[in-house]
Structures are given as C-alpha cells and as structure tokens.
Design a protein around this ligand. Structure first.
Ligand SMILES: C[S@@+](CC[C@H](N)C(=O)[O-])C[C@H]1O[C@@H](n2cnc3c(N)ncnc32)[C@H](O)[C@@H]1O
Length: 284
C-alpha cells in the first residue's frame, strides 16, 4: 500500500505499519521460539542427567502383556556409594519403572533392601513414586521374599551366560553405580548366598573392546525387550545407545532405519562383528 496516498489518519497508519512489521517478523519469531524450546529441552535433559530432576515417566502402553517374570533390583549397596552415585541409582530406578510401563511386555518389579539414602532421595526429590503402581518397594532382602532356587543374580562377572530367560525365575540386578570400583561385588555376594549367577550374552552378539558392564536400567530394559523379541541382539541394539558403537556401525544402523523394516537378524551381526567396535562406556 502506498502510505503517502492513504486517506488514513496518522494514528491508523502507525497502527497499520506496526501490524505489517509484526506480520513480516512472523518467521523470525517462530524460529526464535523454536530455538528457545530446543534450549529448554536440552536444559531439562541435562538436569535429568545430573539428577537434579527425575526423568519423565513414560505413558503406559495399551494392551501391555504382563509376564510372570520377576525382576529384583537389589538395593543393599547404599552405604558403598557416594551421594552422586545414589542420585544416579535413583534416576536409573525411575527409568526401570518407566520402561516397565512403556514396553510391550512388563514384568513384576521389586526394589528390595529399599531404605537409607535411596529412600531419602525418593522421598525428597522424586516424590511421584508414591503413586507408582506395579512396583514393590520392599525394605527386606530378596532372600526373605523368594525361593532361593528361583533366584538368578545377573552379573557381568558370572561364568554362565544366559541363553534364554525363564519366566518362572527371579532375575536380580545389582542396584549399584560404582564405575567398576567394586569388582566382582555382586558375583561374590551371590556366591556367598548360594544363588545362581549369569551374565548377558553380550560377547556373542556385539563386539566390545573391554568393559561389558551395563547400567541398571539398560540391563532391565534389555530383559523386557528380550521378552518381546526373543532375540538378544535386537534387544541390545534397541537399548545400548547408538553413540556407543563405532562409526561404521552407526552409519549402517542409520541406513537400516531409513529403509524401514530391514530384518535385524541378517543385518546387525555383520555390522557389529566384522568391524572394530568402540568400548561401551555405561553412562553411570
Ligand atoms: C553398574 S553394574 C554394577 C557393577 C558392580 N561392580 C557389580 O559387581 O556387578 C549394575 C548391575 O547391572 C547388572 N549387569 C551389568 N552388566 C551386566 C552384564 N553384562 N551381564 C549381566 N548383568 C549385568 C548387574 O546385576 C550389576 O550388578
């Protein structure tokens, strides 16, 4: 519009110009807002990682299948951890609970020997746990709750390697974050208690240069994924973060994701086994 020739009053013209400017900056404002949202999301993610806020709980999956399988997180190591590690364990427990709600198969989840600083962390920071369904917070040890013959302590130090999960068993995950400071801790505990031990079949499926010790929530998520796929490799690849694999593996995974429903069984072994793979460093 030619504003010079306009019959509008000075005020109306001013208003019109302002409106035009506002319209013209729409894209800029949209981009700025997008940037702001992105920043906020990243800040939230960082706060979760630092344990300042609990991770968000995923929505329950409709038509979830409940397995008979029982999974225990053994929280008897409270006094062996630093405050930061207690925060990390608490976040990992939240992730286990969240995963158990959002995967196709759920298990019966128990937090045993619950108390002390972990309980304090839940009571003061997480708080929403009072509404959590389908998880048993038990101050007692798993030995007081289950039949010893049903127990299998999962530990990377075990000599036995799991082939298949038995849904009648109780699988125990050590509720500890220790950056591998306490080697053989869970293995020795289980041996002392005369409990069966087993490690996940990581070496059979993916190549790792040294450590094969995973975080509590990753082990838990692998178990529930296995119930769905009955395929360890697929479960590992779903759970272990992509950045833990080498560049070649990442590239091929990306291609696989882009082409859609590629058969993982035929694709992944080649990717993981024929290339040098970077060490898996759990984000404890
Ligand atoms: C961070 S790890 C704890 C490491 C600890 N030093 C120990 O003695 O097990 C947390 C728990 O995840 C489970 N876990 C980790 N990696 C595993 C693997 N490769 N096979 C079986 N269980 C594993 C174990 O139950 C372990 O106690």
């Amino acid at each position: 519009m030619n504003l010079q020739q306009s019959s509008l009053s000075k005020n109306a013209l001013k208003k019109l110009l302002k409106q035009q400017k506002w319209e013209e900056s729409r894209q800029e404002r949209k981009a700025a807002q997008k940037e702001k949202d992105k920043k906020k999301k990243l800040e939230k993610k960082k706060a979760v990682e630092l344990g300042l806020i609990p991770p968000p709980i995923k929505k329950p999956k409709p038509n979830q299948i409940t397995s008979n399988m029982r999974v225990v997180i053994d929280l008897s190591f409270d006094s062996m951890m630093t405050d930061t590690e207690i925060t990390s364990v608490s976040s990992q427990l939240t992730r286990c609970y969240s995963a158990n709600r959002s995967t196709l198969h759920s298990v019966n989840l128990f937090f045993t020997s619950y108390g002390q600083r972990i309980q304090n962390r839940f009571d003061t920071k997480i708080q929403s746990h009072i509404n959590w369904k389908d998880v048993v917070f038990d101050t007692k040890s798993y030995l007081e709750r289950f039949d010893k013959d049903d127990l299998v302590y999962l530990t990377a130090d075990a000599t036995d390697v799991i082939d298949e999960l038995d849904e009648n068993k109780v699988y125990i995950i050590g509720g500890i974050v220790d950056k591998n400071r306490h080697k053989n801790l869970c293995y020795d505990k289980a041996k002392k208690e005369n409990i069966a031990t087993a490690q996940l079949p990581i070496e059979k499926c993916i190549k790792l240069t040294t450590r094969k010790v995973l975080t509590i929530n990753h082990v838990f998520e692998i178990l529930v994924r296995w119930l769905e796929y009955k395929d360890w490799q697929k479960a590992f690849l779903d759970v272990i973060p992509q950045r833990k694999f080498n560049e070649e593996g990442k590239k091929k995974r990306r291609i696989k994701q882009n082409v859609g429903a590629t058969d993982l069984k035929s694709d992944i072994p080649d990717i993981m086994q024929n290339s040098p793979v970077k060490e898996y460093e759990p984000s404890e």
